[in-house]
Ligand binder design. Structure first.
Ligand SMILES: [Zn+2]
Length: 55
């Protein structure tokens, strides 16, 4: 059940829109989510999140 909770499958069948692909590794390699940043475990790419993201 936990897996279903973790992965949000969209209407079009795509896995959670919150997960982003690594710009270096390309599609298929997702950035790991941390509290304030995203990082790629493959190449080490790190992207910092802005705290005040406007919705
Ligand atoms: Zn990468």
């Amino acid at each position: 059940m936990a897996l279903y909770k973790f992965y949000q499958v969209g209407d079009d069948g795509s896995i959670s829109r919150t997960r982003r692909n690594c710009p270096r590794c390309g599609n298929g390699t997702f950035l790991a989510e941390h509290s304030n940043r995203l990082s790629c475990g493959k190449c080490g790419y790190t992207e910092f999140r802005k705290k005040d993201t406007a919705e």
